[in-house]
Design a protein around this ligand. Structure first.
Ligand code: SF4
Length: 53
C-alpha cells in the first residue's frame, strides 16, 4: 500500500496503516469526536479507522 505523506498515523492496528512507516494509505480521512464539547486531543477520533482483518 502506498503511503499518503500528508497523513501521518501511528495506529498500526488499522488496516489502512502503511505498516513500514507511520503514515495512512488513504487519499483522505475523516476526523471526528465522540464528545459534545471536545477540549483535548483525546476527544478526537479517526472515523476512517477499520481494524485489521
Ligand atoms: S484510517 Fe485513520 S487510523 Fe487508519 S491508518 Fe488512516 S489515519 Fe490511521
Amino acid at each position: 500500500m502506498k503511503k499518503n505523506p500528508s497523513i501521518g498515523c501511528t495506529v498500526s492496528s488499522c488496516q489502512y496503516h502503511a505498516e513500514s512507516e507511520n503514515y495512512c494509505t488513504l487519499q483522505q480521512i475523516m476526523v471526528g469526536t465522540h464528545e459534545a464539547h471536545p477540549t483535548q486531543v483525546e476527544c478526537t477520533d479517526c472515523e476512517s479507522f477499520e481494524p485489521k482483518a
